[in-house]
Design a binder for this molecule. Structure first.
Ligand code: GSH
Length: 376
């Protein structure tokens, strides 16, 4: 009998889209439940620790909370099918994973919450149906929606910055569309871990809510097709001739992808730099114990940071999660010999991302018992 995994997730959730697509692409049988399902609170939450989605339950009953951890579970067990072999492609894949899960929250939140005429009914339907069927269902729905609406501001979208957030998003969308002209996935003919990370904001919010989905369909057809493709089990590349099956040969990273990163670097680099300074200051002052929660609702909020973007100041929450995933980019680089490191530095210089190799927290983050925690 086939063993079926249980994926606690919901259609409109940003992080759920990343794990779901991975399961689909890897042919892993699963059934999806919302956190409104009775079993979530009773059976899953005690082991998952936080009520976040996605959370996976294996056929043996093991609970894995967090999209990155779900993907890592299968990657480690199955010979890393979504990790390219060469260091250049490995760095790029890990980099898109961080940017997708943490670097595109501003446009994702803006295009969901700031176009209520187009989006509100659609979004409300989904929030309502992710709540348990109890008398306070509507109240809880309103509370969750208000919380997420507020998140847009916390991540830095205000009346003052919205034009800039849109301008940057459209430039990124055009560059990504251009990349997909030659390649169906980021690094060639199959998805890497970075494709799944990038899908997080590009599916539920930017590729599915009515206003941004229409924008994507009309302005960036190839990006829209990639979003569809990422949610299909087959390779789904009929519009490409001479399709291959693997990552690009020779550890090649196409210029078209570096052009995408060049746009993304404009806010990702100054925001990461400012967040690292803020979190390092906090670490010095607070000296959290080894094993204390670093990420999630159990962790203390660490503060807001301001950074400059095209002559404007954006204020956003400093989030350790970005650095948890950035550690993976840095680990690939740290494990290389001097010549290979120079090659990576040159590639990242070329797209404005080189500073990511040196922007580091004073303490590392690891996972323990389904939580991200500070190391000693
Ligand atoms: N680092 C986690 C983040 C998961 C997360 O924050 N998920 C959101 C939904 S997209 C959530 O469950 N939010 C509910 C809450 O924080 O109460 C992951 O990558 O899975």
């Amino acid at each position: 009998m086939t063993e079926v995994y249980r994926l606690y997730a919901i259609t409109h959730s940003l992080y759920s889209g990343r794990a779901r697509a991975y399961l689909i692409k890897q042919g892993i049988p699963f059934q999806e439940f919302s956190t409104g399902h009775e079993s979530f609170k009773a059976e899953v939450l005690p082991q998952g620790k936080l009520a976040t989605i996605p959370t996976l339950v294996t056929p043996e009953g093991e609970v894995i909370r967090d999209g990155a951890a779900i993907i890592e579970h299968f990657e480690a067990a199955n010979g890393r099918p979504c990790q390219p072999g060469g260091p250049r492609q490995q760095v790029i894949s890990a980099l898109f994973d961080v940017i997708g899960t943490d670097g595109l929250l501003r446009p994702a939140m803006h295009y969901r919450w700031n176009f209520p005429e187009d989006n509100l009914d659609f979004v409300a339907y989904h929030f309502y149906h992710s709540q348990r069927d109890m008398p306070e269902r509507q109240e809880k729905t309103d509370y969750m929606m208000d919380r997420m609406r507020h998140a847009a501001q916390i991540f830095g979208v205000t009346e003052h910055s919205r034009e800039l957030v849109e301008a940057l998003y459209l430039e990124y969308l055009d560059a990504l569309n251009n990349h997909f002209e030659q390649h169906p996935y980021l690094l060639g003919w199959r998805p890497c871990v970075g494709d799944f990370g990038l899908l997080a904001p590009m599916y539920a919010h930017l590729g599915r809510d009515p206003y941004p989905a229409r924008l994507m369909q009309q302005r960036a057809i190839r990006v829209y097709r990639w979003v569809e493709r990422m949610n299909r089990a087959d390779q789904d590349v009929p519009e490409y001739f001479d399709a291959g099956t693997d990552f690009l040969p020779g550890d090649d990273v196409p210029d078209s992808l570096l052009a995408v990163l060049r746009v993304l670097a404009e806010d990702f680099i100054p925001e990461t730099r400012a967040a690292a300074q803020c979190i390092n200051r906090w670490l010095t002052e607070r000296q959290p114990e080894a094993g204390a929660a670093a990420v999630g609702r159990l962790a203390e909020p660490l503060g807001n940071v301001g950074f400059e973007l095209r002559g404007q100041t954006i204020t956003a929450l400093a989030q350790p999660h970005r650095f948890y995933l950035l550690q993976r980019v840095q680990a690939v680089y740290d494990g290389l010999d001097a010549a290979q490191q120079q090659d990576i530095e040159a590639m990242l210089e070329n797209c404005g991302m080189a500073d990511l190799l040196t922007i580091r927290l004073d303490r590392s983050i690891t996972r323990s018992g389904n939580l991200e925690v500070w190391e000693a």
